[in-house]
Unconditional design. Structure first.
Length: 260
């Protein structure tokens, strides 16, 4: 059993800081509000996401603090100063702090021990790097960008190790252009996506719906992050999340063959 379990779906804040000025502020805050109204209670951000932390904080400060979880990343070498600065931008305490592509600084371990933060982990787009960190550091969770989705299960060994060690896995990047059917090319991933989509359609399931449901089928995966830049986008994704995927889809022999 994992020590720290974030909610099953979260809003990834990578797009919240992209648009400049008051209009960007308003859209980002409305996006967070829409996510909250759709039942999302996990919000991920980073100092490197432009104004994401400040905008996320503005939206969440109106909400009961005990009802949601916030995660952010460490910027620079001074972990304590980074977490302090993130908290100030958010106007909120941070629950989970992730080191980017490396082991968490010992200061984060101390902050966890002192109850300043609830959990520590590592974030990367390279599952092998996270696998090494899980073997060698006391992590509560990892955030894996890509590499475990309908179209790519290469990170399965990491997930198996995390399960054995009680480390929660947060997965992001599952709604790729191929999954959103925006890629009509002869790229192998696009062809694979169209084949999987054809099977899903027989069960009345859209490819994005299946893509959002798939990662949590591995027991190590506690959470899937959904990046969104508008209220309409997160509302549409949250609606997909609420639509159940028939169990028989995952047992379909053709789908099993496509995923193997």
């Amino acid at each position: 059993m994992s020590r720290f379990r974030p909610p099953r779906f979260g809003l990834g804040g990578s797009h919240l800081g992209e648009s400049p000025g008051p209009d960007g502020d308003a859209t980002a805050i409305a996006t967070v509000d829409a996510a909250y109204q759709a039942g999302i209670r996990f919000f991920d951000t980073s100092p490197s996401y432009g104004d994401s932390e400040a905008r996320l904080g503005t939206a969440l400060q109106r909400r009961p603090r005990s009802e949601f979880i916030v995660s952010t990343k460490v910027a620079g070498d001074d972990a304590r100063a980074s977490v302090r600065a993130s908290s100030e931008r958010l106007g909120l305490a941070v629950d989970l702090v992730l080191a980017q592509d490396k082991a968490p600084n010992p200061a984060l371990d101390e902050m966890r021990g002192d109850g300043v933060i609830k959990a520590i982990g590592a974030a990367s787009a390279d599952w092998r790097q996270l696998d090494r960190l899980v073997r060698n550091a006391e992590l509560d969770c990892v955030l894996l960008a890509g590499q475990y989705s309908l179209l790519d299960q290469s990170a399965a060994p990491l997930l198996d190790r995390c399960l054995a060690r009680g480390v929660s896995v947060i997965v992001s990047g599952v709604l790729t252009p191929q999954v959103l059917q925006a890629d009509e090319s002869s790229d192998p991933a696009a062809i694979q996506a169209r084949r999987i989509s054809a099977v899903c359609e027989r069960y009345g399931v859209s490819l994005p719906q299946a893509a959002l449901a798939f990662p949590s089928r591995h027991p190590a995966v506690t959470s899937v992050l959904i990046a969104a830049s508008t209220p309409a986008e997160i509302r549409a994704d949250a609606a997909l999340v609420r639509q159940p995927v028939p169990a028989q889809l995952w047992r379909d022999p053709e789908l099993e063959r496509l995923l193997s």
